[in-house]
Design a binder for this molecule. Structure first.
Ligand code: BGC
Length: 350
């Protein structure tokens, strides 16, 4: 019996040394109110634990002070790496200075951390490309490349404190601007500036309120809305609610072409119901796997794998980045992308 125990013990020690010795990794996520971040957090935790790390996973309820306190706790607890999806990318300089002083490496997760030298790596999806795909979707749905138009469009952008929002907008406008110039696309409200169209905190309610205003301002019985550029799914939810209230979604007044991002369950259902046209699919499993590979390299004292060393300047330095590839889902391909890949079950979307 003793022998068996000894063998088991020895095996456990050997197995343990092949793992990561239970080092602590801090994972700071912005909020649980949006489905994607729950998935990001769960994937990160599962994949890191499978490699033998201990994980301190925290959500900050979209509150900046809470996120800073959570990071301070992680530093105190002796985390070796901090993985941070920031709420406001430009307010973490002080806490990251402390991390640096403690020899902790920092990976910006999905959103770039701005104005600090103390961020080592950035892992995200190609944010400019996200916007390009949304722009291309509108271009193709309206037949703009074939010269069709003019069509009425309204533009939305994401939270101004999120660097990604700027990239999404630039990517989409790189496709749409030429059609605005040629008047194949018209913005009846004239609201095109980033600062005017940006929605603080990616709020569905604020997007709904803005859409209500735009409709009241310009969309009478005669003026029909043909397309809405929404950078993500939380905004699209608010936009659809507003459109529904305004009588869109009938044979006479069909929903406009509407973009999104994240493939949240509610939005995939909206796609199936014909209320939202597409959503960018960013497989959070892929991003988590990439970040885990970064953590592993860092823990071995190596450089982490990156594939972009020029795009993401945070105001102090260009942060070495790994960009994953986004694709779009719509009602025609969502089954293959989302269900066959095991991302969702059939039941998730009912
Ligand atoms: C992410 C999007 C997300 C948005 C709102 C962005 O930084 O890249 O995927 O929809 O934040 O949470």
């Amino acid at each position: 019996m003793k022998k068996v125990l000894l063998v088991v013990l020895a095996l456990m020690i050997v197995a343990g040394s092949a793992f990561a010795d239970g080092e602590l990794i801090g994972v700071a996520m912005p909020t649980q109110s949006l489905q994607r971040w729950n998935q990001d957090g769960a994937n990160m935790k599962a994949q890191l634990e499978a490699k033998g790390y201990r994980v301190d996973l925290q959500y900050a309820n979209n509150d900046i002070i809470t996120q800073i306190q959570q990071l301070e706790n992680m530093i105190t607890k002796g985390a070796k790496v901090l993985v941070i999806a920031s709420i406001d990318g430009s307010v973490l300089s002080d806490v990251l200075k402390k991390a640096k002083a403690s020899g902790i490496k920092v990976i910006a997760y999905d959103r770039l951390i701005m104005n600090t030298p103390d961020v080592d790596y950035y892992a995200t999806f190609d944010n400019f490309k996200v916007g390009v795909i949304q722009g291309r979707y509108i271009e193709s749905a309206l037949g703009l490349a074939q010269g069709k138009g003019p069509f009425n469009i309204e533009l939305f952008a994401g939270s101004p404190d999120d660097n990604n929002a700027v990239f999404f907008n630039k990517g989409a406008m790189s496709i749409l601007q030429p059609y605005l110039d040629k008047k194949q696309l018209v913005v009846p409200t004239n609201q095109t500036e980033f600062t005017t169209i940006a929605i603080q905190s990616w709020s569905s309610e604020k997007a709904q309120a803005r859409m209500d205003n735009l409709i009241a301002m310009k969309y009478s019985r005669k003026t029909v809305l043909h397309a809405v550029l929404s950078p993500n799914d939380s905004l699209a939810i608010g936009i659809v609610a507003s459109l529904k209230n305004a009588g869109y979604g009938t044979a006479k007044k069909p929903y406009p072409v509407l973009t999104g991002q994240d493939c949240d369950k509610a939005n995939v259902k909206a796609m199936i119901a014909g209320q939202q046209s597409m959503s960018i699919f960013k497989d959070t499993r892929t991003l988590a796997a990439q970040v885990v590979a970064m953590v592993e390299a860092i823990m071995k004292g190596k450089e982490a794998p990156v594939n972009d060393t020029k795009t993401y300047n945070n105001g102090v330095k260009v942060v070495p980045s790994y960009l994953c590839d986004p694709v779009y889902a719509d009602k025609f391909n969502f089954r293959t992308l989302l269900i066959d890949s095991g991302y969702y079950t059939e039941a998730d979307l009912q």
